[in-house]
Design a protein around this ligand. Sequence first.
Ligand SMILES: *Cc1c(COP(=O)(O)O)cnc(C)c1O
Length: 433
Amino acid sequence: MTQILVGPRSQDIFKRSAERIPGGVNSPVRAWARLGGIPAVIRSGDGAWLTDVDGMRYLDFVLSWGPLLHGHAHPEVVQAIQIAAADGTSFGAPIQAELELAEVLCQALPSMDMVRLVNSGTEATMSALRLARAATGRDLIIKCDGGYHGHSDQLLVAAGSGVATFGHSDSAGVSDAFAQQTLVVPYNDAQAMTDVFAAHGDNIAALIIEPVAGNMGMVPPAPGFLEHLRTVTEQHGALLIFDEVMTGFRVAWGGYQNICGVTPDLTCLGKVIGGGMPLAAYGGRADIMKQLAPQGPCYQAGTLSGNPIAVAAGLANLRLTGGQACYDDLEIRLRRMVDGIACEAKKAGLPFQSTVIGSMWGYFISETPVTDFPSAAAADMERWRIFCSEMIRGGVYLACSPFEAAFFSTAHTDEDIDFAINAAATACAAATA
Ligand SMILES: *Cc1c(COP(=O)(O)O)cnc(C)c1O
């Protein structure tokens, strides 16, 4: 049985929203479909805390699904936005701050010689794939089962397990002609990658992957897996694209590529680099990026790309971060919290698998380690639902799906960490009752 977790004002606004906005939300995962179907309607955020329209307060580990590395309404980010807005909200012309952000990104990511700014992660991955096709003259792409790369037609494909299969779309409205350009291979399966390249290598433009999966829950790469992808793509003349929209400036300064030492040809960024404003980017090897119009034949454009307010927010967010030391500190504090939650789970007899890298974390209620999409899907969904519902009831805002990663910010205090561990004690007990 699912119960409504939110107060009367949230319920009222959400019910009225559902008459005007499909499903009441502007992005499906917000609907709390697995948790009673009525989400908290948020009024404001301050640091690590959210307040909803009923005045209920939540310690936030969703952080707008990743962007808010420094919590809500950080004064320096807000000020940067205000200053930029007062100078004009959009020009459709070059501004100096675009250069500054491009330089920060290229310095932080050694694989990135050049970069183009766009408005969303979806746009970044979609454009990177077009560029990969332009640069290689090939059509096929490879993605992993359970990998999410935004909602463009060619990427809304996840079906297929065991052996690589030609994809069928997960969504109505995507023609098979698009879906069939996408080959789906299990995550963390090096042999399956070798096999798919052996079969189709001459036609593969690119392999796109989240170097740490974050959209099937958080699943780190197996040792050697990403190195293998680098080798096999190079052997077959295909590009390796790291989709670091979630992991970029979240698991480390730069991205996971700086931790694993594998150099992709192209990288997609989003979320943290915009500090909560619509901003994303794709970039990489200069010889590939120079294929983009107006320099080259591959077209990609955007009225609001490099928007002054978004760029100002992104720059302020990255300047606050400063470099790798910020992530080292976040990881130490986050580990204390996640270990504390795991300890409560153990006491209660709840099987709990957790992962922490930098300021990104994830958990599964599962007896066995999760290494790919099938093992993520085999986790205990009913006990997850009870655990997550009780956490929300206890004032801890976790993602409303078992297939989402969680995040941490510099705004979370040691007191907040203890608050979350205490709530987990209750939630773990409820989930094993
Ligand atoms: C969030 C996400 C995207 C899509 O970004 P949007 O800004 O929502 O379009 C793409 N790839 C990954 C890995 C993501 O986590």
